[in-house]
Design a binder for this molecule. Sequence first.
Ligand code: C2O
Length: 557
Amino acid sequence: VVEHTFNVATLSLPRICQPGNTSVTAVNGRVPGPQVEAREGDTVVIHVINDSPYNVTVHWHGVFQRGTPWADGPAMVTQCPIRPGHRYTYRFAVAGQEGTLWWHAHSSYMRATVYGALVIRPRRAGGYPFPTPYEEKTVLLGEWWNGDPVALESQSFSTGIPAPNADAYTINGMPGDSYLCPETTNRIAKFEVRRDKTYLLRIINAALNTAFFFKVAGHTFTVVAADASYTEPYATDVIVIAPGQTVDALMAADASPGCYHMAISSYQSAIPFPPRPAGFNGNTSTAVVEYVDATATTDAGSPVLPVMPKPNDTYTANQFYTSLTALIRPGRRTVPLTVDTRMLVTVGLGFSSCQPEQTQCNRSAPVVLANMNNVSFALPNTVSMLEALYRNTADGVYTRDFPDQPPVAFDYTSRGLLGNSPLASTGSPSTKVKTLRYNATVEMVLQNTALVGLESHPMHLHGFNFFVVAQGFGNNNGEAAGAGEFNLVNPQERNTVAVPTGGWAVIRFVADNPGMWAMHCHIDSHFAIGLAMVFEVESGPTPGTTLPPPPPDLPQC
Ligand code: C2O
């Protein structure tokens, strides 16, 4: 049993590039929060004590939660939030998965500062399917605002203007020194390495809204896992990582001794308007990789910088994502070869006169809302969806009519004609689920509409991994990718797929865990305006496959 106490409270931290401090919400007085380390098969017990002034929940991103749906964490989906002054204990097993996952707040924008790593090692020390690394290093990528992110979100809801871009990107909570801002130069993460040793980098994109390119000058990587699923080793000098995704990569310290920059740069600004200004909140952040056991041949004061791809380098992103395949090894899960539930789901943004997460549609000027199959998702506010399912009180909380198809066939070629596509105008937000029978094999085509805003949507599924059997560009109206083009042999297994800009991805999964499982864009500014839906997975026929009762300390609304 791995046990931790998470004290959630207000913390004062220095602003970046501005004088003074700002108040954020943090776990145990630090950002990022504590790293949870377990072995496959362990039980994890986390006591969350909320001493902050906000409602909070914690989600264990990528954990299957088999038989523990009440511990998943998304606010109003599987639980009411933990109110200020209250507590809740999350108890779950980490089984059938190894690698790097993470945890984060799942209420409002609070995960900007409430997040940390969750590392699941093999049962047997060093039991990796690759040579045991000399050391492991966690690399948490984030975003930082000089204001309170929770306040920024409510402000954006009331004005209809998207929350501003982050003031900086961070690596392990620090902005690095990528822009001319003298007071931040000592706030840079440092990774010490020894020459000729190999390191396992556990890279997590915890940013709210930004997908990153990741590089280390003078070094290359071998990717060995993504989203805590082993991959066929893949050699690359650039890693692409969308919000919610993780990548485990081996890095050999085989360069000439010295100092090298690790850098992240944005892969498509999540909010294309207004354009991200260069300069202060520029497009890269850095850390330092320093050789400690040899005389440096480069000056520690001026580390070598990697050359980063351009923000719109879709080619590099596509190359990375389509090169990953699952590692074939005994006991691995395999892709379902037959499908009994088929869905074609558009994901994207549209214009609306409605308020996010509410049924009112009284804005005078249309604002941007997000949708899946033209349904903008609203969280319920009186009871969580899982409780409504358990107590048979779904009426008035959610409806079971999430559509299997978009209302009109999506056509990428007419995407310029905004006014002509019903997919570009989103109606009143609602709470719709797709009901799946226990053990259903599901195939979903996710089509990125890119009608408003050109960006890749990192679609995350709670409670399950899925197989990414195909992805591509243009229209996929169900016929475009025949089964012949699917990888049904060794497709990568993930919990978050970056649906390409102007393209699509096809995923498959088996609904073998009863409960309420959210699927949503892991760009928080999209999730908050409705880019979400929920799967209601029915109970199975045998004991152990039914919905368990809620724990006695489940928070009440
Ligand atoms: Cu990592 Cu629903 O989130």
